[in-house]
Design a protein around this ligand. Structure first.
Ligand code: PBG
Length: 332
């Protein structure tokens, strides 16, 4: 890059002097249209259940999800992502409940589609909400079996599309799952359903509070997902993951976790020039909230700053548990 001129002819502070001049030269602007809201749903009725490691996040009833999604829609949030906290009695080693067309996530999607037809609905494809061992796939000989799992995931995706999902988001990190899901969706007439692939998903310790929320932490019992999720030490491999998923038919790709992977967001966007999303995951949410709870950080300010950083890194949008809070701030 050429740097024209020198101090004192050049003074970068000139543009920073006024609010109007700062606004005029601002490169990245966050709006509610950049946000995807993850929502947890549980069985039964009554009050929402708090998730202790995620302040202000709850496990909603189906009716509660619909109400909260309506608020999101009214605030201009385009897409909500539904995560089921499956009743432990329904979890099995083969994750059978994943293929039940009456399971919690399918019932929630149908209720949302009926009530809020103009809101985008996203559903995760993976077996961890349903497996008694907490893994994202079927376990054979002490490891998650790739190809057998992919067959189940493709059927799971079709059920979710049939229930009303507009965006299918495989979060399992099996090889070849995007292609299998695309084929299965198309064969059932869902060629317009979007695939948002968790393409570069790292085996991260920042998912801990999410596993509390959906109850998979206990099932996992400290076991690692490192045989399928990526090594956080690798960057080039993330580009290969994205290339494969796009080749198999992914429409959009995601990088996860978010703030620890801003460099990957930038590389993916520059390499593939394709819709790219970042997931500000549960552990990132918990960190910011915990520090703010101690009075050590200004929550609204750090949340806005962190989300703007995703945009600067090249993300088209961000999945964040702060989506409602931020949309309210931005609409003020
Ligand atoms: C499930 C899934 C996880 C997250 C999204 N989908 C957890 C995991 O892979 O163990 C993490 C989200 C978060 O931490 O906010 N496959």
């Amino acid at each position: 890059m050429m740097f024209p001129g020198h101090f004192p002819d050049v003074r970068l502070r000139r543009s920073r002097r006024w609010d109007w001049s700062r606004r005029l030269v601002r490169e990245h602007i966050l709006t509610p249209s950049d946000l995807i809201l993850p929502l947890f749903v549980r069985e039964g009725s009554g009050d929402p259940e708090p998730v202790p490691s995620m302040p202000e996040v709850v496990r909603h009833t189906v009716a509660g999800v619909v109400e909260t999604a309506r608020q999101a829609r009214d605030l201009g949030i385009p897409l909500v992502a539904i995560f089921p906290a499956t009743d432990p009695s329904l979890k099995t080693p083969e994750a059978d409940e994943a293929l039940n067309p009456e399971n919690l996530v399918c019932r929630t999607l149908r209720a949302l589609k009926a009530e809020l037809p103009d809101l985008g609905l996203m559903a995760d494809v993976a077996l961890d909400p349903y497996s008694s061992h907490g893994h994202d796939g079927l376990v054979r000989d002490g490891d998650v079996a790739n190809d057998e799992t992919v067959q189940v995931l493709a059927r799971q995706a079709v059920l979710q599309a049939r229930a009303g999902a507009d965006v299918i988001a495989p979060s399992d990190m099996m090889d070849g799952r995007v292609g299998a899901i695309r084929k299965a969706l198309d064969a059932e007439g869902f060629e317009r359903v979007i695939i948002l692939s968790y393409a570069a998903k790292y085996a991260s310790a920042f998912y801990g509070p999410f596993r509390d929320a959906v109850g998979s932490k206990g099932s996992l019992g400290g076991a690692s997902k490192a045989t399928y999720q990526m090594d956080p030490a690798n960057g080039d491999e993330a580009l290969r993951e994205v290339a494969l998923d796009l080749g198999e038919g992914a429409d959009w790709v995601m990088v996860k976790p978010g703030m620890p992977s801003l460099d990957i967001v930038r590389r993916v966007k520059e390499t593939f020039a394709t819709p790219t999303f970042a997931y500000q995951v549960s552990g990132e949410y918990a960190m910011l909230h915990a520090a703010a709870g101690h009075g050590w950080l200004d929550l609204d300010a750090v949340v806005l700053e962190s989300l703007t950083a995703f945009k600067r890194a090249g993300a088209d949008g961000v999945l964040t548990y702060f989506a409602l809070r931020v949309a309210r701030l931005l609409n003020r």
